[in-house]
Design a protein around this ligand. Structure first.
Ligand code: SF4
Length: 251
């Protein structure tokens, strides 16, 4: 039985007509064509396929039976900030490579992702990974204002502030929900400053009294497929930069 649960809200406008929230959530056939129709046009990137990643074991986070036999109270419970399916998949794979894997719950808190259609495409990719792995997912309201009041235009420390916002909120939420650990998939990305993200994580660890969980080995090179992949970091500024990069290269 799937362990997926939804907290928070999903924009009712994003649910195809004729479906309830639950049928939309569980419908197997949105994974392909619906995703394709939501991709930003003309931006390139890889197309999603309608299938879930073939090398993801289905259900139950893929724990070894010895881990399942462990008392649930002994398994580390981690609230994992996740920004896209690709990074979530890599973190789930890194977790499974641990001697004692943790129990992950995805926290899709990303007010930095614009526009709304992009946020939704990444959310659907996240749902494919979460459903396939049997990982619970918490979806808070999408409030881009939280990003724009934190990060100003031409802000030199834009990314640091963005990481602080998302890690801080995740650590705070972890504390409030009784998790002893929190983490972030930002650690898996070649496009983020891992050292800086770790430093910020440790600051939030102290501030909120929940431990930063990092797998011993982060499997950054794992290949993933079967879901939408973005071609820019997330904020509108990074989208503009990506466009400029393409035009400067004459693509
Ligand atoms: S480029 Fe990425 S990390 Fe930096 S501010 Fe934008 S969304 Fe956040």
């Amino acid at each position: 039985m799937d362990r997926i649960a939804v907290c928070g809200t999903v924009d009712p406008g994003s649910i195809p007509s004729g479906r309830t929230l639950l049928s939309w959530w569980d419908a197997p056939n949105w994974q392909g064509s619906d995703l394709e129709s939501r991709r930003p046009q003309g931006l390139g990137g890889s197309s999603p396929s309608p299938t879930a990643p073939a090398d993801l074991p289905a259900g139950g986070q893929g724990f070894k039976s010895s881990t399942l036999r462990k008392k649930s109270s002994m398994i580390k419970k981690v609230l994992l900030h996740s920004c896209c399916g690709d990074c979530a998949w890599k973190m789930a794979a890194s977790n499974l490579a641990e001697t004692e894997p943790a129990e992950l719950t995805i926290y899709y808190y990303n007010p930095n992702i614009h526009p709304r259609s992009e946020y939704q495409s990444r959310l659907k990719a996240m749902q494919i990974v979460a459903k396939n792995k049997g990982i619970k997912i918490i979806i808070p309201d999408w409030k881009p204002g939280e990003y724009f009041t934190t990060v100003k235009k031409n802000d030199k420390n834009r990314c640091q502030k963005c990481w602080k916002l998302r890690l801080g909120k995740t650590a705070k939420e972890a504390k409030a929900r009784g998790f002893k650990y929190f983490s972030t998939t930002l650690l898996t990305s070649h496009y983020q400053n891992e050292d800086e993200v770790r430093k910020i994580g440790l600051v939030m660890e102290k501030k909120y009294g929940v431990k930063l969980w990092i797998p011993k080995k982060i499997l950054k090179e794992v290949k993933t497929k079967g879901f939408y992949k973005q071609i820019y970091c997330g904020c509108i500024y990074s989208l503009v930069e990506r466009w400029e990069e393409k035009y400067l290269k004459g693509i």
